[in-house]
Design a protein around this ligand. Structure first.
Ligand code: FES
Length: 244
């Protein structure tokens, strides 16, 4: 049995197993830490930095940083909310995120995160409006890389769960993008049943399952009804109710 450790998050006491990441421990305690590149069943890679917190005064990624006994963690502070807003804003400016015409609207984690963080339409940076490809060659799946935020969730899902290595990062800096293992998706062994194409892997509208578009009407989708992170926070409410 692993050793139990104790630390605080914004002054709230949290108990965790030694070795758990800050995010895992906070999730279990009902404290939501925003995230975009992390997802259930995938190995954390710590790339989006939206989960930034301060651990004893030092900024770290909560998804990859192990929790420490007697640590003081700051998460929901003015400074950290500001970092997160800047990171999410930059994602909107780097890609082509046209929410009103995106099939993922209402279930897109980027859009939902913007709402949660209170990001307005002010545009502090220029919109780069890159020219990016759309691959609709596969009979069941389309890839619209205009909406890609380089979270790498499809890379890890294909590599670690499906064992197929369909995706990889190519290029560097502002030219970095997700590449596929053949000239087009139709030339790979991708199938609609791959975990990489299941709901919840792509956080935005880059991976599109054909034949299923708009099955759930806009306004009736997950984030139309719930703020992102509220399921994790609801766990705390449930826990409190049990204690009462
Ligand atoms: Fe931790 Fe992306 S969720 S860096």
């Amino acid at each position: 049995m692993s050793r139990r450790i104790h630390f605080t998050v914004d002054g709230q006491s949290v108990e965790a197993d030694d070795g758990q990441s800050i995010m895992e421990a906070c999730d279990a305690a009902g404290i939501y830490i925003p995230r975009l590149c992390d997802a259930e069943a995938l190995v954390p890679q710590g790339s989006c930095r939206v989960c930034v917190v301060k651990l004893n005064g030092h900024t770290v990624a909560a998804c990859t940083q192990p929790a420490e006994d007697r640590a003081h963690i700051e998460s929901d502070t003015h400074e950290i909310r500001s970092y997160r807003r800047d990171l999410v804003r930059m994602l909107f400016h780097e890609g082509n995120h046209l929410c009103p015409v995106c099939e993922a609207s209402g279930q897109c984690e980027l859009q939902a995160m913007a709402y949660r963080l209170g990001i307005s339409q002010d545009a502090p940076y220029p919109y780069l409006q890159p020219v990016r490809p759309l691959d609709a060659s596969h009979p069941d799946i389309a890839l619209d890389t205009n909406r890609c935020i380089l979270c790498g969730r499809c890379i890890r899902a294909s590599r670690d769960v499906d064992g197929k290595h369909l995706f990889e990062y190519v290029g560097r800096g502002i030219h970095k993008r997700i590449g596929i293992s053949a000239a087009t998706l139709a030339e790979t062994d991708a199938t609609i049943d791959d975990y990489a194409f299941s709901a919840g892997v792509c956080p935005v509208g880059c991976i599109i399952r054909k034949h299923e578009g708009y099955e759930v009407p806009i306004d009736e989708r997950r984030f139309n009804k719930q703020v992102i992170g509220s399921r994790i926070e609801a766990k705390l409410l449930d826990d409190n109710e049990e204690e009462a």
